[in-house]
Design a protein around this ligand. Structure first.
Ligand code: 16G
Ligand code: ZN
Length: 533
């Protein structure tokens, strides 16, 4: 059997380190890059099986996002550009448990093919891309070799952001109704929509300059392309473009969000606005320095509020009523953002567990589902129904010019947004367009509400799986005493809120606390930490 032989050779070429166990987590498999080749062998097989079963193209992205350069990872993208369906994480984990015994592994592959009712020679198309890490090209090569064992055809997209790969997978499978399945198609869609939106909007201001910290990653080159193409409309400057610094090293969205300070080496100038993206360009945060020389940051929660307010206004102007619009957050969303959405904007808010797949899934319950994690990852989903309504409204001659303009603005906005997954480049253009149309400054955006002071801590424990949670991670069900203890502690603090959860990406328990003052938030977090330890 030739396929089995080929796989056997790969197992010898890329041996599994003895005693290593790994799980397919919220961001796929992620680890130090030197211990990853063997997992690529398994993931090339899994991607092939998934593509055969779905009779569609499946994506494989090689990246470790905001992690340091020495790490890497792999995640699969389902045909509609979504994260791998959860039911398949089991197969991913099963494949990862096999050692390098070809007979056992092959037996399992045959069993799976049987169960899933697919044949080795069934067609499978795999879209492959990677970030700028040194280890990425060799790891992508292992995926290619292994996918070919099961006769897959590889579409090699080479260097791409994670959201770009999500986009091309969707386009490939959606008969290009979502756009053309190339990088050129991606840029065309985004840039044309941005230009249309600005040009159709009477009185739109010229977007102000924006300075982007690209985390020395793949987003830098892609943003430079967008900047050049849109240079007549918007001035985008790219810093940390990879020519000097190291990937995610004292820069990038994760650094800025976590440490609440600007990327190293960037001197903030008053009245300029800045943003940071992360290593694979699926997260975005904005920041600036105010007149009191204070560092101010706008994270994922702020995007939810901004987008909700823009979409709400445009729906009203277009006289499109009864649209079910909702915002999806996680427990990490600042309490003030939730308050503002519910009580000031009257937009319903749903809370789901951490992880993009949960937010994305919940967002599908709405005509317009806006989701963001506080860390800056998010997007907006529009149902087919609302897209059709908007399209009809644009062409409806019985409507006023104002109504049709608003509908047209909505249509252009939809085309900027990358509905498959959070996309820093798309979100940046969407945000800049809103600034220009609504005549909004970054300071006004910040003033919409005031964050409740918060603190996050990491706690090392012997076994983090001891901690179990429910109610979108806001309530702890095990160990038995812990939630009562947390409730007791929290009740002592004005505007206090706190929760604990085991991290999905690190061997720690995370503590979140917010309270009326920063000192209280710090104290509360510390008390809860002691209760966990
Ligand atoms: C992963 C998730 C991210 C989440 C983070 C939480 C995806 C694609 N990524 O990076 O959404 O915020 O994990 O990490 O789902 P934690 O479990 O260590 O807190
Ligand atoms: Zn990322």
């Amino acid at each position: 059997h030739i396929a089995k032989q080929k796989l056997g050779q790969l197992l010898i070429q890329y041996p599994k380190p003895a005693g290593l166990t790994m799980g397919y987590g919220t961001s796929g498999f992620r680890a130090r890059s030197d211990i990853l080749p063997w997992i690529m062998v398994r993931m090339g097989l899994l991607a092939s099986l998934r593509a055969k079963v779905k009779k569609a193209c499946v994506g494989v992205m090689i990246t470790a996002s905001h992690n340091p350069e020495c790490d890497n990872g792999v995640k699969l993208i389902d045909p509609m550009g979504e994260m791998l369906d959860q039911s398949w994480e089991v197969y991913a984990n099963n494949l990862a448990t096999f050692d390098d015994n070809i007979d056992e592994l092959w037996e399992y592959i045959e069993l799976l093919m049987n169960q899933l009712n697919v044949q080795p020679q069934d067609e499978a198309v795999i879209a492959l891309a990677h970030d700028t890490r040194q280890s990425s090209i060799p790891l992508a090569y292992v995926i290619r070799q292994s996918a070919q064992v099961l006769h897959s055809i590889i579409l090699d997209f080479d260097l791409m952001t994670t959201p770009q790969l999500h986009y091309v997978v969707r386009c490939y499978n959606d008969d290009c109704s979502y756009g053309h399945y190339t990088e050129a198609g991606y840029f065309d869609k985004l840039c044309t929509a941005f230009q249309n939106l600005i040009e159709m909007s009477p009185g739109a201001q010229r977007p102000e300059q924006v300075i982007v910290d690209a985390a020395n990653g793949v987003g830098a080159v892609k943003l430079q392309y967008v900047a050049a193409r849109l240079s007549k409309l918007i001035h985008i400057d790219v810093l940390n473009d990879g020519t000097q610094g190291h990937l995610n090293d004292c820069c990038g969205a994760d650094y800025v969000k976590l440490l609440q300070k600007p990327p190293a080496g960037i001197e903030l100038r008053p009245s300029l606005k800045y943003c940071s993206i992360d290593g694979d360009a699926d997260r975005l945060v904005y920041f600036f320095i105010n007149s009191k020389k204070q560092f101010c940051m706008l994270d994922g929660d702020r995007f939810s509020v901004l987008y909700a307010s823009f979409l709400h206004t445009k729906l009203q102007q277009a006289k499109l009523n009864d649209v079910k619009i909702g915002v999806i957050q996680t427990a990490y969303a600042n309490g003030s953002s939730t308050d503002y959405l519910i009580n000031t904007m009257h937009v319903p808010v749903a809370c789901v567990p951490t992880g993009v797949k949960f937010l994305h899934h919940k967002a599908q319950d709405y005509d317009i589902g806006i989701y963001f994690e506080a860390n800056g990852h998010g997007t907006v989903l529009f149902s087919d129904d609302i897209k059709n309504k908007i399209k009809t409204a644009v062409d409806d001659q019985s409507r006023t010019a104002e109504e049709r303009l608003a509908a047209n603005q909505l249509r252009a906005f939809i085309n900027i947004i990358n509905e498959t997954v959070g996309d820093a480049i798309a979100d940046l253009l969407a945000t800049e367009a809103i600034f220009a149309i609504m005549h909004l400054t970054i300071e006004q955006w910040l003033q919409l509400y005031t964050d409740i002071p918060q603190r996050q801590l990491k706690v090392s424990v012997r076994d983090r799986t001891m901690i179990q949670t429910t109610d979108a991670e806001r309530c702890c069900t095990a160990p038995a005493y812990l939630q009562d203890r947390i409730d007791q502690i929290v009740s002592k603090y004005q505007r206090g809120r706190s929760f604990v959860r085991p991290s999905g990406t690190e061997d720690v328990v995370r503590v979140y606390a917010e309270a009326h003052t920063q000192a209280d938030a710090d104290k509360l977090a510390n008390e809860v930490r002691l209760a966990v330890e």
